[in-house]
Design a protein around this ligand. Structure first.
Ligand code: NAP
Length: 343
């Protein structure tokens, strides 16, 4: 069973599961919404596996019972990923935390379940790139937990931290299923259903093309992983018996500037993709006016600060090889152009 099967990240996972000939129970909020599901129908029609839809909501206790029935493996990917919210408790924390409680308590009540894979995030490890400096040897590892996000500062990161902690607590309270957590950094790469994507990943790419960043890109240090490599990581986390614990899934320690420059080289003649960084002092002044998530403390702790994480566990234990950043960025942009999202 896959929660949030309509999502950007889940799409490639569902594709992989279907290609392996598996039966996927797709738990979605609206099984009648063809705009959100057509790509999954098409994938199922062209693969050895099959898909069944079930109506479920993270905030509705018991709503995953039918979807989970008879399943051995649960992928819990559903959680809102957005950086601009009005009510962080309602829009981020509740679905992340109560949703995890809902899905995992259902796993404990469903006798067939043997493993749960939770899609957490590197956001449960760090808030700001400057947190890397405080990590042992200046590098984020699976041993590090986010201690700096809160309801009022980077609430998305806070929501992922609370949800993952709850998942570990619930896993320890029983002994039928084991928990494997994947902790992806920023996910990019082609969306299977770009038109309907609600992911912040798509939003960031759109902003690189639509002139929002024409004055320059905020040179924030981040990690990037390709959505297709992340699907493989989810698959291995589910099917490798020895998979365990937290797993940082990060292909590249990079920055928005490097990402933009890759796009600029190919698309500068048609789109207003920046190839320069917006000066930090200027961003400190205008950031909070342009976007309420770009606060002064955020600029100070992220802009021109290097992001570093150790991805060796994912390579060693899950067998992941990461594709080049250039392939990720160019395929992502092209998919958005083809879908008419970038015009
Ligand atoms: P997305 O495309 O917006 O997917 C979010 C999914 O969550 C959608 O399928 C959405 O379903 C579902 N969802 C939201 N609220 C729900 C609710 N109340 N009940 C049931 N389902 C609900 O975002 P994404 O980027 O793929 O993110 C998927 C997961 O990956 C999240 O857990 C996110 O934290 C994690 N992650 C993402 C990134 C990244 O850079 N994208 C990085 C690290 C971790 P609807 O279609 O019904 O809205």
């Amino acid at each position: 069973m896959v929660t949030g099967a309509t999502g950007y990240v889940a799409g490639w996972l569902v594709k992989k599961l279907l290609e392996e000939g598996l039966t996927v129970h797709a738990a979605v909020r609206d099984p009648k919404n063809k705009t959100k599901l057509a790509h999954l129908d098409e994938l199922a029609a062209n693969s050895a596996g099959s898909i069944k839809y079930f109506k479920a909501d993270l905030l509705q206790p018991g709503s995953y019972a039918e979807a989970m029935e008879g399943c051995e493996l649960i992928y819990h990917t559903a959680s809102p990923y957005t950086l601009t919210v009005n009510n962080p408790q309602k829009e981020l924390i509740d679905p992340a935390l109560k949703g995890t409680q809902n899905v995992l308590s259902q796993a404990s009540e469903t006798p067939s379940v043997k493993r749960v894979v939770v899609t957490s995030s590197c956001a449960a490890i760090y808030t700001d790139a400057s947190d890397c400096e405080n990590a042992p040897n200046g590098v984020l590892t699976e041993d590090v937990w986010n201690t700096t996000a809160s309801l009022s500062y980077q609430p998305y990161s806070y929501s992922k931290t609370l949800a993952e902690k709850e998942a570990w607590k619930m896993a320890e309270a029983q002994d039928r299923w084991d928990l494997v957590v994947v902790n992806p950094c920023g996910v990019f790469g082609p969306a299977l259903n770009a038109k309907a994507s609600t992911s912040e990943s798509t939003n960031i790419m759109k902003q690189m093309a639509d002139g929002t960043m024409k004055m320059g890109v905020p040179n924030i240090g981040i990690g990037v992983v390709d959505v297709r490599d992340l699907a493989e990581a989810h698959f291995q986390a589910g099917y490798k018996p020895e998979a365990n614990g937290r797993n940082i899934i990060a292909g590249h320690n990079t920055s928005f500037l490097e990402m933009a420059q890759i796009l600029h080289r190919k698309y500068a003649d048609k789109y207003r993709v920046p190839d320069k960084a917006l000066p930090k002092w200027l961003l400190t002044l205008v950031g909070p006016i342009v976007n309420k998530a770009i606060t002064r403390p955020f600029v100070k702790k992220n802009v021109t600060v290097e992001w570093k994480a150790d991805n060796s566990k994912s390579k060693r234990e899950l067998g992941i090889t990461y594709r080049p950043l250039e392939e990720t960025m160019l395929d992502d942009f092209q998919a958005l152009i083809s879908a008419g999202v970038i015009k």
